[in-house]
Design a protein around this ligand. Structure first.
Ligand code: ATP
Length: 268
């Protein structure tokens, strides 16, 4: 179970290079930094055996939220818990309970897919035998058998994603977090991934959280959706509830109404 409570995070904007008089003034008086409010208040509760989608347009703050969940940096405010473990207080404990598929897959190109998976298992404290047995199970679940003993150098986007996902799941974590997992995948690879996520949540009782900006993805997969817009969670519910809440028949229209309310006012 994952619980994110009102997290916020801002970044210092890289300063534009000052020129002429501006540069001279900047030498004497350092200009105040500009801040980018990447996340201003995102909350989410994701239960076990369910797929929860973080749906938002580009730049809404999805990746930043998931990076805080993965302990890559701390929120400026708010709190994140994984199975009751506070990510800031015990990031190792929280990470041990999560399998994270980030935007960069970072496989070792000289190792085979199996070696990549087993190596990661060893880093998670598994015995070689246990990691190898698990790589077998995952190669079945993710349909990796054909390529599991090939070096990952030269893998297609889909093969890379599946190997990275297998690696993230090697320690059989109770919580699975994926950042835009279908990016760059073709229709068959997307279907295979969806099917795997369904098995993980519905049959194995995992808590699955994934971010996306693709409406269809959410309609096909999610038990619960959290809509994020401009750094804040603005709505949550099932697809049917969000359609009902906005009085829209199509989910795309419901999403636009929730994420960009100003567009509705302009249209009115
Ligand atoms: N390290 C950083 N430094 C400065 N700004 C950042 C940093 N990381 C994110 N941002 C900004 O924060 C905002 C939210 O970014 P984020 O990557 O979380 O959005 P997103 O919802 O994942 O978008 P996308 O769907 O396009 O990947 C954006 O405006 C982005 O430019």
């Amino acid at each position: 179970m994952i619980r994110i409570d009102s997290v916020a995070k801002r970044f210092k904007a890289p300063a534009a290079k000052a020129q002429g008089l501006q540069a001279l003034t900047a030498l004497i008086k350092k200009p105040a930094p500009n801040w980018i409010e990447a996340v201003k208040g995102v909350s989410l509760q994701a239960g076990n055996g369910r797929i929860t989608g973080l749906l938002g347009p580009n730049g809404a703050g999805k990746t930043t939220t998931l990076r805080m969940l993965g302990g890559l940096f701390a929120p400026d405010s708010g709190r994140i818990e994984v199975d009751g473990i506070d990510v800031q207080q015990d990031s190792q404990g929280a990470l041990a309970r999560m399998g994270i598929l980030g935007d960069a897959h970072g496989l070792y190109p000289r190792l085979t897919a199996r070696e990549n998976i087993v190596y990661f298992g060893r880093l998670q404290g598994m015995t070689k035998d246990a990691a190898e047995a698990r790589s077998e199970v995952l190669s079945e679940l993710l349909d990796l058998k054909r390529v599991i003993d090939r070096r990952t150098d030269g893998f297609s986007q889909g093969e890379r994603m599946k190997t990275a996902l297998a690696r993230a799941l090697v320690h059989d974590p109770a919580n699975i977090v994926l950042d835009e997992p279908t990016n760059g995948l073709d229709v068959l690879a997307t279907r295979a991934l969806r099917e795997a996520l369904r098995v993980l949540a519905r049959e194995q009782g995992k808590c699955v959280v994934f971010s996306t900006h693709i409406m269809q993805e959410v309609e096909y997969l999610c038990d619960e959706v959290v809509v994020v817009s401009r750094g804040a969670s603005v709505a949550r519910g099932t697809v049917a509830e969000l359609k009902q809440q906005t009085g829209r028949e199509r989910f795309e229209d419901a999403f636009v109404a929730l994420a960009f309310p100003e567009l509705q006012q302009e249209a009115a």
